[in-house]
Each structure stands twice: as structure tokens, then as C-alpha cells.
Design a protein around this ligand. Structure first.
Ligand code: FAD
Length: 353
């Protein structure tokens, strides 16, 4: 059993920003804080983004605190460029990330917390959880799904449009991933069909800082109330870029309501209409990867974990960063900084248990 003051779980944008804040506050890697990450190398979820997601086609990747993100070639895949930047970041600030170390459970051993992993157990006074969503893709269940003869996949498994050449593809989901992948696949597929539960909302005009703040505030309200977080795009709507407009005009973004069931060779609606499909792409999002926190029973009746800022209301030793309103590169930076500050203040308090 290894003792430390703070364990940070996850070394994506949120975990690295938190580790930087701890380091700046004077904590040393080892006795002061430890970063545990389940990946084989730096980059967090960016290691796994599909190859066609380039730095210049992402929403925007914000700098981590203290080291500008200055890619020499933004047309390179984000899955290559961002891990290289994170690698440099970890080395520059000597964050000493332990990997691959996957946390299996966190347990209460008041006044401490026990962090269990496949590579041993850490005892800590405080925990900053920064485990993102990538490892927890969400796929809804629909009747007939198991009898579908084609391929079903989630964007987490998507490796580019080439494998859909000549196929009939149904894309399910109303978020950014659904729209981006639909536009890519439509270029090579025999046919594409887009279905969403609710009519998509496209955001007209520039998306300024005020609109961003208002959207984040709405997600913040949900997590403060203990509801499961909604994605920020779910609140803001989809950006109407020139490519999106072109796809609307060409009919690629013609949306159908959600089907009722899946047949062996396609999908079917309640009115009897059907669409034949070789592939169903479930672009239905991700959920916060928090399974390892289950023993702490932090979820409330609303189904989410109630937080004030980043601090878990039921247990002030624990902070969630990159969660809900901070699930973006800029939000993760702010959350990491805030969590580090509060955790350092907590460490200065006398132990009460
Ligand atoms: P992650 O980068 O997912 O890092 C979490 C880390 O925790 C991973 O290394 C993971 O392996 C590790 N981990 C998870 N569980 C465990 C465990 N039990 N034990 C140990 N380690 C664990 N945001 C933007 O601001 N701009 C964009 O352009 C943008 N594009 C996006 C594109 C896609 C396709 C998606 C899905 C999201 C995008 N986002 C974007 C949102 C994005 O997820 C966040 O911005 C940010 O990368 C999340 O950082 P994070 O640190 O919270 O999580």
C-alpha cells in the first residue's frame, strides 16, 4: 500500500490540468500527489480519436495551463498531435504519470480513501477524478437489435469512412459525432439515413463567449441538482459550419425520427416504413466513466452525482473534473485548477475523523 496526499485518476486534459495545479501549489509527485492513468501512453482519449479527426477539424483544442499548444501541422490527426503535446507537457512539469494503471475501485477508509488498481493500492486523503467518458460509450437498446445481420458500431470504434464504401449506413444520434461521421461516410456509402430522437437544433450565427457561458451554466445547474450531466452540445445545438450547410443542401442531413425496431436487414418505423441497412452506427454518445466510484455510493436519487463546482457534495474529499460542464478542453482546465486549489485547502485542515 502506497500513501500519498492526493490521487488524480486519469491523465487527459482534466487530470493534467489538476496535476499542474497541485504541482504549482508545491505538492511533489509521490508523497504529495500521484496521477494514475489507464492508457499505455500520454494523450487521454485523444489517443483513440478516429484518424480523420484532424486538429483543424476539431471544435478547438485549448492549451493546457503553462504550455501553449502550437502544432506545426494542424492538418495532422488529433490522435497523433495531441498525445505528443501531452507527452511534452508531462515531461515539462515532471508529472510522473503512472501507466498503464486502471483503477478498479475507490473505497472509504475514513479519514482516507483507498484507491485499488491492478498494480496495487494507494491510500490518499483526497481524490481528483478525471476519467472522462471515452471508455464508457453509450448504446441504447432497441427491439430486434440482436437479430440484425449487418454490422453495428459506435464512433469509439470508427476508423474512417473507407470501410463503408458501397454500403447502406444508418446513423443514429443528434450530436456532433453523428453529423461529422455522416458527412464523411456519405461521400463513399451507397446510401445514408440519419435518425435522431428529437429534431436536431442547429446553432445560427457565431457561437460567442456569452452563448458558451450560458450553455455551460445550464449543464452546471443539472449536475448541482444531482442529475446526470447532459453534453454541452445537447444544450448549444450543432454548429452551422459551411460543410454542414452544404450537407443540408445536398440532403445528407435530412433527418428522420427514431425508428421503432431493428429487423434482420434494416430498421422499421411504427407506420410500416423501412430502410434497408448494412451498418448501424450508434453515434449516441458517451457517459461519465465512474464505475470505479460505485463503492462510495455517491449517486443520488436523480441518477447523477451532485457537485458544487467540482466538489462532490456528499464527500468533500472527492472532486470530479472533466465532468458535466467541464467536459471540454477549456472547461477541464478551469475545473482542474479549481479542484487543485480546493484540495490543497482541504489538506491544510486538521483531520476530523
Ligand atoms: P479523457 O481525455 O477521456 O481522459 C481520461 C483519462 O482517464 C483517459 O486517459 C482514460 O484512459 C483514463 N481513465 C478512465 N477510467 C480510468 C480508470 N478507471 N483508471 C485509470 N484511468 C482511467 N473538447 C474540446 O474542447 N474540443 C474538441 O475539439 C473536442 N472534440 C471532441 C471530439 C470527440 C469525438 C469527443 C468524444 C469529445 C471531444 N471533446 C472536445 C470533448 C473532450 O472529451 C474533452 O475536451 C476532453 O478531451 C476530455 O478530457 P478529459 O481529461 O476529461 O478525459
Amino acid at each position: 500500500m502506497v500513501r500519498t496526499d492526493v490521487v488524480v485518476i486519469g491523465a487527459g486534459q482534466a487530470g493534467l490540468a489538476a496535476a499542474y495545479g497541485l504541482r504549482r501549489a508545491g505538492l511533489e509527485p509521490g508523497a504529495g500527489f500521484v496521477v494514475l492513468d489507464g492508457e499505455d501512453g500520454p494523450g487521454g482519449a485523444w489517443r483513440h480519436r478516429w484518424p480523420t479527426l484532424r486538429v483543424d477539424t476539431t471544435h478547438r483544442i485549448n492549451d493546457l495551463p503553462g504550455l501553449p499548444f502550437a502544432p506545426t501541422d494542424p492538418s495532422r490527426p488529433a490522435a497523433e498531435v495531441v498525445p505528443a503535446y501531452f507527452d511534452e507537457y508531462e515531461r515539462t512539469f515532471d508529472l510522473q504519470v503512472h501507466r498503464p494503471v486502471r483503477v478498479t475501485a475507490v473505497r472509504d477508509a475514513a479519514p482516507d480513501l483507498l484507491v485499488e488498481t491492478g498494480s496495487g493500492t494507494w491510500t490518499t486523503r483526497a481524490l481528483i477524478n478525471a476519467t472522462g467518458t471515452w471508455t464508457h460509450p453509450f448504446r441504447p437498446r432497441y427491439p430486434g437489435q440482436e437479430r440484425f445481420l449487418g454490422r453495428q458500431l459506435h464512433p469509439a470504434e470508427y476508423r474512417g469512412p473507407a470501410e463503408f464504401a458501397g454500403l447502406r449506413v444508418v446513423v443514429v444520434g443528434g450530436g456532433t459525432s453523428a453529423v461529422q461521421l455522416l458527412m464523411e461516410i456519405a461521400g463513399v456509402a451507397a446510401a445514408t439515413t440519419w435518425v435522431t430522437r428529437r429534431p436536431p437544433h442547429f446553432h445560427e450565427g457565431p457561437f460567442d463567449e456569452d452563448a458558451g457561458r450560458a450553455a455551460v451554466a445550464r449543464v452546471e445547474e443539472r449536475v448541482r441538482a444531482g442529475l446526470p450531466p447532459q453534453s454541452v452540445v445537447g444544450v448549444t445545438g450543432l454548429m452551422l459550419t459551411p460543410q454542414v450547410r452544404a450537407a443540408q443542401e445536398s440532403g445528407v442531413l435530412h433527418r428522420l425520427p427514431m425508428f421503432e425496431r431493428i429487423t434482420p436487414d434494416g430498421v422499421a418505423w411504427a407506420d410500416g416504413s423501412t430502410v434497408a441497412a448494412d451498418v448501424i452506427l450508434w453515434a449516441t454518445g458517451w457517459r461519465a466513466a465512474l464505475g470505479h466510484l460505485t463503492p462510495l455510493r455517491l449517486r443520488g436519487p436523480g441518477g447523477g452525482i451532485a457537485v458544487d463546482g467540482t466538489r462532490v457534495r456528499a464527500d468533500p474529499r472527492i472532486h470530479l473534473v472533466g465532468y458535466g460542464p467541464s467536459a471540454s478542453t477549456i472547461g477541464a482546465n478551469r475545473a482542474g485548477r479549481a479542484a487543485a486549489r480546493e484540495v490543497v485547502a482541504l489538506l491544510r485542515e486538521p483531520l476530523s475523523a
